[in-house]
Design a protein around this ligand. Structure first.
Ligand code: CA
Length: 256
């Protein structure tokens, strides 16, 4: 999978390139729209996804998006922008972007969105025609005893009963799943899960955890999936071994 990052802030472009390369993507960067179009036209094989900044020197991100969309209807385009007005979003969608993420963003959310967009693209490209009615669901994660998290639909199905999660609950659950079995401090969770942390205290995390526990833990008082790590935070276990309660024997190595 190949990604083109169009971003004039060099440090951000480099950071993103590094992170996506860690995830196994092939990455090229462009500091302006013209360079982006040159790279796009020359790419062989073509890019699978474009990360597009809106405020660029010279040709704007809107215009660059339109140009790319004119050339390729299939390529996924994700706009990353500090512009948060709904008109800006509307203009970006009019220009042909698939998704819009406001800066500053949480890296896990960006990685996960890109993963979803590229997985879908791969599923479209590889699935035989007759199975296209039931596309692959890369945004689903199954764990524990019949628990299914559906990140696209914001749904959590537990033993056949479906609950709708709020964005916050879903983001937290997704972070736990992505960081499976790691000890996560409350500060770490705050920084990585929520774009705007000003509205939250570490106590809010405990409240969100309590709500998730009520949904996924058969006995919320003695959790087996979202374990408390004394003095630090939490640790998520997707598939706990039956009869083993390791929440008390935790010895966190990465305490902040
Ligand atoms: Ca910019």
């Amino acid at each position: 999978m190949k990604i083109l990052i169009v971003e004039d802030e060099e440090a951000l472009a480099k950071g993103l390139k590094f992170n996506f390369e860690q995830e196994g993507y092939e990455v090229e960067t462009a500091g302006d729209g013209h360079r982006a179009l040159d790279l796009f036209d020359a790419a062989e094989p073509p890019f699978d996804l474009i990360l597009m900044d809106l405020m660029l020197p010279g040709m704007s991100g809107y215009e660059t998006t339109r140009e790319i969309r004119d050339r390729d209807e299939q390529v996924s385009i994700l706009v990353l922008s500090a512009r948060t007005l709904s008109e800006d979003r509307a203009m970006a969608f009019d220009a042909g972007t698939d998704q819009y993420l406001s800066k500053p963003f949480a890296l896990p959310e960006l990685l996960s969105r890109v993963r979803n967009l590229t997985n879908r693209r791969q599923a479209r490209a590889t699935s035989p025609v007759e199975t296209q009615a039931s596309p692959a669901l890369p945004a689903r994660f199954e764990f524990g005893d019949e628990i299914v998290a559906d990140f696209d639909q914001f749904e959590l199905t537990v033993s056949g009963t479906t609950h709708t999660l709020t964005t916050m609950e879903m983001q937290l659950l997704r972070y736990f799943i992505e960081q499976e079995s790691r000890v996560l401090s409350r500060d770490q969770i705050m920084e990585n899960v929520w774009e705007d942390t000003s509205a939250f205290s570490t106590r809010s995390i405990d409240n969100f955890v309590m709500r998730l526990r009520r949904l996924i833990e058969p006995e919320p008082g003695t959790p087996r999936h979202i374990l408390s790590v004394r003095g630090t935070g939490y640790r998520f276990v997707a598939n706990p071994e039956p009869g083993v309660d390791d929440s008390e024997s935790e010895n966190p190595e990465h305490q902040d």
